[in-house]
Design a protein around this ligand. Structure first.
Ligand code: ADP
Length: 309
């Protein structure tokens, strides 16, 4: 059975239900990827999240929520004093969303230090593949980044496929040079990279898919799948390159988790043996459904439409 280890942070998400009533859920890029991957792959795949939470009630609720989704939490470590991060979504009168975060002291930032204290768990890690993102890197300090790099290199030697989505969030980094230095090794260690064109443009100053492709070729030698919203997806590896059109959704309701659900669906499709073109088409069809609903995690029944297609 395929097993996927997803490394990152789950947070509490607060959205306005009415003006003065907030709705609580759990989210985060890697959280969403884990939930969607498990929903899409079902029993054929073991999905676990490597992260850290606290010992408090809210942290336990998060663990329960993951378990309810079938995401394995044996690698969700518990920090003795910290708790989970939180963010709130504000929507202005024009419908534009902005996010406010309380995550600077989150337990997830201490994931690698907590893992080091559990040598048996560390030694047992042998997933078929591991997925991490630029946000995973951004929330770690330099020691934790070095530990993550070592873990990925060790897993790779044990035969694990490494998958990386740069998911660039400037606010989480000191400057672009710091980000580029970390992404350099992250791209190099990865067998598959799943960047969004916007992120590459923002960080590296590329201005077109063509220049982004040229850049990605210098950064990694494996497969790259470059997402570009409704404008389609470009696939490349050492031997070939092609574009896949996506059916545009004219008025997306909420694009949160578009890229995360795309990544999850792509992984699920590749596990089932679909070749790159069909896997990308499936991933785009899942993301198109996700962006037609509010929130990062959409109702299970809605996702079913994409699976049945
Ligand atoms: P990211 O969220 O990582 O920046 P994108 O914005 O490119 O990535 O979105 C990820 C995927 O979601 C795209 O590759 C595409 O398949 C789908 N998608 C996003 N926006 C639209 C849209 N307006 N219409 C159809 N599909 C979309």
């Amino acid at each position: 059975m395929t097993s996927t280890l997803i490394i990152g942070e789950s947070m509490v998400e607060l959205t306005h239900h009415t003006d003065d009533l907030l709705r609580k859920s759990f989210a985060g890029d890697t959280h969403s990827a884990a939930v969607y991957l498990k929903r899409l792959a079902g029993d054929s795949e073991d999905v676990s999240l490597l992260s850290a939470v606290g010992l408090d009630g809210l942290s336990n609720e998060l663990i329960e929520a993951l378990n309810k989704e079938g995401v394995s939490t044996h690698t969700v470590l518990q920090h003795p004093t910290r708790t989970i991060g939180l963010y709130m979504v504000h929507t202005d009168s024009q419908g534009e969303r902005s996010f406010q975060y309380w995550r600077s002291q989150s337990a997830a930032r201490a994931t690698m230090a907590l893992l080091e204290q559990q040598p048996a768990l560390l030694a047992d890690l042998a997933p078929t593949r591991v997925f991490f993102s630029g946000i995973t890197l951004a929330i770690f300090d330099s020691t934790a980044r070095a530990q993550l790099r070592e873990l990925l290199e060790q897993l790779k030697m044990r035969g694990t496929q490494v998958i990386f989505d740069p998911n660039y969030r400037p606010a989480l980094w000191q400057n672009k040079e710091e980000t580029k230095a970390e992404y350099q090794w992250a791209f190099a260690v990865s067998d598959v990279v799943l960047p969004g064109l916007d992120d590459l443009n923002k960080l590296y100053g590329t201005s077109s898919m063509q220049s982004a492709v040229a850049l990605v070729k210098t950064l990694c030698s494996g497969e790259a799948i470059i997402k570009n919203g409704e404008h389609g997806v470009t696939y490349l590896n050492a031997d070939t390159q092609f574009s896949v059109e996506v059916a545009p959704v004219a008025k997306p309701v909420d694009t949160t988790a578009a890229g995360d659900s795309f990544n999850a669906a792509l992984m699920a499709a590749r596990s089932k043996g679909l070749p790159p073109q069909q896997a990308i088409e499936f991933a785009a069809s899942v993301a198109a459904i996700v962006i037609q609903h509010k929130g990062a995690i959409i109702p299970r029944t809605e996702l079913q439409h994409a699976i049945n297609q």
